[in-house]
Design a protein around this ligand. Structure first.
Ligand code: PAF
Length: 288
């Protein structure tokens, strides 16, 4: 039977029991409405941890004032069932008042990395993410935590936070899970109309094309981005937020593609904003 934990004090008690028993504890942080992508994170956590806690918390501080906090899809009973079937024994499901009580005033913010890509249209988003992830680390006391590559900027920001604040937590990155036509699994895919859903594979097609251009020797980021933009703009419903080819360490633009490159896109389809990315390793030029 899955154990549902709702308070921070109860979570601390369970975390201490697990650690004292010598268990290796894995955390899979989620906002619920689970899909196969989340289940793959649980499976990944169980490879390196013998006890896995899945948190379900729709975190208000990472939503902007005009975003979909109230409408965010929720189905706790179904989520608990899926978590249990995936093999995790604990679900941490705190209320908003438990996490952010009256007078809450402390935030964690990673500078620089959060200014670009999603940080432009969602300026407070990552501050909310790093704050809640810090609070989840403090409550669950995990040895490792698993995040999906689909949220590449989130992964890089959390890795930087863990490094800078010396959290004793291993950040594990799990590959993006996709539908048969390449669309990355996301809780927000439920917002798509059938027509928008037909256009959605353009994101991954554009990313694959960008990757293929780089692999064929193109080193000009503008050429790669222009081609990707044209493919997404050719769809009737997609409205580009950004299409970028940036260096993976700083998420900064590059004059020539080299080293670890992140190709990342964010596209609005009606009220849904979908993101996706691929990572490309470009051999660095060795001086002759
Ligand atoms: O990726 C998500 O679902 C959220 O950003 C996270 C990491 C659970 C924090 O709320």
């Amino acid at each position: 039977m899955i154990e549902v934990i709702q308070t921070i004090s109860h979570m601390h008690q369970v975390a201490d029991q697990l650690r004292n028993a010598g268990d290796r504890v894995g955390l899979v942080p989620t906002m619920g409405y689970l899909h196969e992508g989340h289940l793959s994170l649980i499976t990944r956590a169980l490879e390196d941890a013998n006890q896995v806690v899945v948190s379900i918390f729709v975190n208000p501080t990472q939503f902007g004032p005009k975003e979909d906090l109230a409408a965010y899809p929720r189905d706790l009973d179904r989520d608990l069932d899926l978590i249990e079937k995936a093999g995790a024994k604990f679900a941490y499901v705190p209320e908003v008042e438990e996490v952010y009580p009256e007078g809450f005033a402390t935030y964690v913010n990673v500078e620089g990395l959060t200014d670009n890509l999603c940080g432009i249209s969602r300026p407070e988003h990552f501050k909310g993410v790093t704050t809640i992830v810090s609070k989840l680390f403090a409550a669950v006391k995990p040895h490792l935590a698993v995040f999906g590559q689909k949220d590449a900027q989130q992964v890089l920001v959390i890795q930087r936070m863990v490094r800078d604040l010396n959290f004793d937590v291993e950040v594990v990155v799990a590959p993006t899970v996709r539908e048969a036509d390449g669309v990355a699994k996301s809780s927000r895919n439920v917002y798509l109309t059938p027509e928008e859903r037909q256009d959605a594979p353009a994101l991954y097609r554009a990313l694959q094309k960008g990757k293929a251009l780089i692999e064929a020797g193109v080193r000009d980021p503008e050429e790669v981005v222009r081609t990707m933009r044209a493919m997404i703009n050719a769809t009737p419903y997609g409205q580009i937020d950004y299409v970028e080819a940036v260096d993976m360490d700083q998420l900064a633009p590059m004059s020539a593609l080299s080293g670890q490159v992140l190709l990342a896109v964010a596209v609005y389809f009606g009220k849904a904003r979908l993101i996706d990315n691929v990572w490309v390793e470009v051999p660095r030029k060795t001086p002759s």
